[in-house]
Design a protein around this ligand. Structure first.
Ligand SMILES: [Zn+2]
Length: 230
């Protein structure tokens, strides 16, 4: 099981590079085996082309390294906080993809402006708050996760319907039921952010998509009455 999970994590991390979402090593993917509670994650600072199942790190939900010679990604504690609180998710992706990161840096949530966005994210992709100096001093990556969970609780968001968040001053996180879905959500988020930037340029007064169109498009692809695809 861990072997298969590690293989999926290698492939997903390499997909970040090949999809053009990340430069250098600005991104990481992890996946969890819910039966054992073990998480496979990218080793810190290792180039994507050098990844193989044997250098993927396995940690438990308490952040103890269970397998692997390398240090896990520096963002591991953020991933773990998401797995502990969002019980329905199976994989987590972090990137600094440019257009989504532009919204993070500008301190703006990503409004749903059209059906491309509505197909993947049910409404506005939220912006999690900036961390305090005390949180940074205590445990930066852990509190990054805390700020995401807090944001979802405050807004009453379901992490299945909204598989993405923008971190203020930082960049996005996405997730999904497995690594393929979580990476897909990162690609969709980047494309939607890019389209939003162009749309605001054409019409700075732009308003979000009407509720009934949002609902129709989201439900076409998700939930009990989905009818998109084969
Ligand atoms: Zn980052």
């Amino acid at each position: 099981m861990t072997q298969e999970l590690k293989r999926q994590v290698v492939e997903a991390n390499q997909a970040l590079k090949s999809s053009g979402l990340v430069a250098l090593t600005w991104g990481n993917v992890s996946a969890i085996d819910r039966d054992s509670g073990l998480v496979a994650i990218k080793p810190s600072g290792v180039p994507y082309e050098e990844l193989k199942p044997s250098n993927i790190v396995v940690v438990n939900l308490e952040n103890d390294v269970i397998e692997g010679e390398f240090k896990p990604s520096s963002d591991t504690k953020t991933h773990l906080e998401l797995y502990r609180n969002f019980s329905s998710i199976g994989a987590v992706v972090h990137t600094h993809s440019p257009s989504a990161t532009a919204f993070s840096q500008a301190g703006k949530a990503l409004a749903c402006l059209g059906t491309t966005h509505a197909d993947h994210f049910y409404g506005e992709v939220p912006l999690a708050r900036a961390l305090t100096a005390a949180e940074l001093a205590q445990d930066y990556e852990h509190f990054t996760g805390v700020s995401i969970v807090e944001c979802f609780e405050a807004l009453g968001l379901d992490p299945v319907e909204m598989p993405a968040v923008l971190l203020r001053h930082h960049a996005p996180f996405t997730w999904g039921q497995n690594t393929v879905k979580a990476v897909e959500n990162s690609i969709a988020l980047e494309m939607c952010a890019q389209m939003a930037l162009m749309s605001y340029q054409l019409n700075p007064e732009l308003k979000p998509i009407p509720e009934h169109i949002l609902k129709q498009h989201y439900q076409r692809k998700h939930g009990a009455n989905a009818y998109y695809g084969q």
